[in-house]
Each structure stands twice: as structure tokens, then as C-alpha cells.
Ligand binder design. Structure first.
Ligand SMILES: [Zn+2]
Length: 285
């Protein structure tokens, strides 16, 4: 007989799956969701079912090694990726995996979502890296996710999709929404040809507000990207330029890339000043 906790989790997973499908984050039977029931058991979505049309009785119960403990169906072949996340993150109670098209487009292009551009993303997720490509349903995928999971609540999966985690099914699902929304906004800004980045000082101010919003900080920012090492990353890399006076800083590098592609240079007054300030700073160093 299932407990009230389990009943609640079944209902939350059905609802997250329905929203994921309605928003086009998955096609066909893609995606999977799981949650901790207690210290030794997880509940997860079954394989070969559209996540938009699940019923509470379809769920599968497994232990932390992935052995089936209950349910008529079999768990998703991506279950090892979920298990790897629970093993590395005792604070995590739920994992959501989907293929939202814009975020997955960034994952296919090999462009991580690591620029400080939206306050909401900085406070909730921080930086969203890309885990190396691994053949789906093999041990390669959990291994790729392992590298970033200690310091990130969400990441893109190269040429595949995205994965998020959190203290509940709903929070993990919302992080997936935030990633896709962030990817769409980044795409539009890049199509428009420019991005203003949030300065390092402002990023620190936003991180300071996490406590006020009741958000647990995913990980500190790396002071040097080399700190990330090659095994398991313990800090986040976020592109947020130093700027003592301005809270929003034009992305000068992107402006120059655009200029070289178009064969002419067009700068706003702000971009020109930032470029000169940057050059002077480098001369002094
Ligand atoms: Zn997938």
C-alpha cells in the first residue's frame, strides 16, 4: 500500500510530465522524472510512455542501485543518470530530464548558457554548463553528468537535452522551465546582435539576495576557470565582467566578432567607451 508521501509524489510527477509535454520540452516518449520516497527508494517514470499522458499508477519504484522494487512497468533507460545525481547530491529529492528545443539547440551548437544576463537565472541556477556527449542509455551519460552535478542544479547535455534537480519535483521542473526560457531569451538577444552582461559586482549583489528569496546557493563562482579541474567541478564559471561603475556592461567581444563578420565596425558610444577602457586596462597590466 502506498503512503501519503508516495501518493503526493505520483501526482507531482504526472503534473510535471503533463507540463513538460504541453510546453514541447519532449517529443514522443522522451524525457524522465524521478523523486526520492525515503532514504532507500526512488519513484520514477516508466519507459515507452508519453510524459504528457501518464497516470499515477504507471510509476516504477526502484532502490538507489536501480533495482526494481515495485510497479508493473520498467524504469527509463536513463535511470543511471538520475542515480548518479542522487549519489552526488544528498540535498536533491527530484530529477527532471527533457529535450527542450531551444536549450537543446545550444547543447547541439556547443554553446553553454554561462553568461550573466538575467537576474532570475543568476539567483536560481547561476551558470548552466554543457556535459560532454555520452551515448544515451550507457554509462557515459552518468559519467558526463558527474563532472558538473556537485556545483550545478541544471546542465545541458551535449547533442541531447538538459537535466535539472532540486529539493522537490516542482522545483526541479521549474529549473527546466528557467533553462528553456533563458535559452530563448539568449537566442533572441544574439539574433538582435548584442548582449549586455551583468557586472561581477551586481552578480554578487544578486547572489546575496538568495537567502532573502529562500534559495540555496548552488556553488560559489570560480575565481579562476582553471579551478574547475578535470574530475568533479566544485565551483561555477560565470561570464560577468568587472566594471566598477556600470552594472550592465556591453559584450565587447561579441561586438568585435560581429564587426569582423560584417567587414565594418559599428559601435554605440557605450561600446566604444568600454572598448577603450578595456584596452587601457590591458596596457596597465
Ligand atoms: Zn534524453
Amino acid at each position: 500500500m502506498s503512503t501519503r508521501v508516495e501518493e503526493q509524489l505520483r501526482a507531482e510527477i504526472v503534473e510535471a510530465g503533463r507540463r513538460m509535454y504541453a510546453r514541447g520540452y519532449v517529443a514522443s516518449n522522451d524525457g524522465n522524472i524521478s523523486a526520492r520516497i525515503d532514504a532507500t527508494r526512488l519513484i520514477t517514470t516508466p519507459k515507452s510512455v508519453s510524459k504528457g499522458f501518464m497516470t499515477p499508477d504507471m510509476m516504477v519504484i526502484v532502490d538507489l542501485e536501480g533495482n526494481k522494487r515495485g510497479g508493473d512497468r520498467d524504469a527509463s533507460s536513463e535511470l543511471p543518470m538520475h542515480l548518479e545525481i542522487y549519489r552526488n547530491r544528498p540535498d536533491v529529492n527530484a530529477v527532471v530530464h527533457a529535450h527542450p528545443p531551444t536549450a537543446t539547440g545550444f547543447a547541439v551548437a556547443g554553446i553553454p548558457l554561462t553568461r550573466a544576463v538575467l537576474a532570475e537565472v543568476i539567483t536560481t541556477l547561476g551558470s548552466i554548463p554543457i556535459a560532454e556527449y555520452g551515448t544515451p542509455s550507457t554509462a557515459e551519460l552518468p559519467e558526463a553528468v558527474r563532472k558538473y552535478i556537485k556545483a550545478h542544479d541544471g546542465m545541458l547535455l551535449a547533442n541531447h537535452g538538459a537535466v535539472t534537480c532540486g529539493p522537490s519535483v516542482t522545483t526541479a521542473y521549474y529549473k527546466m522551465e528557467t533553462i528553456e526560457h533563458f535559452a530563448r531569451i539568449s537566442l533572441v538577444a544574439r539574433l538582435l546582435g548584442r548582449e549586455h552582461l551583468i557586472s561581477r559586482d551586481e552578480v554578487e549583489r544578486l547572489q546575496g539576495l538568495r537567502g532573502f528569496y529562500g534559495i540555496a546557493a548552488p556553488a560559489p563562482l570560480c575565481t579562476d576557470p582553471a579551478e574547475q579541474g578535470s574530475d568533479q567541478v566544485l565551483c561555477q564559471v560565470l561570464e560577468a565582467p568587472e566594471s566598477p561603475r556600470e552594472r550592465l556592461v556591453p559584450d565587447v567581444a561579441a561586438t568585435l566578432r560581429r564587426a569582423s563578420a560584417e567587414g565594418e565596425i559599428r559601435l554605440t558610444y557605450g561600446e566604444l567607451t568600454a572598448l577603450i577602457a578595456d584596452a587601457v586596462k590591458h596596457l596597465r597590466e
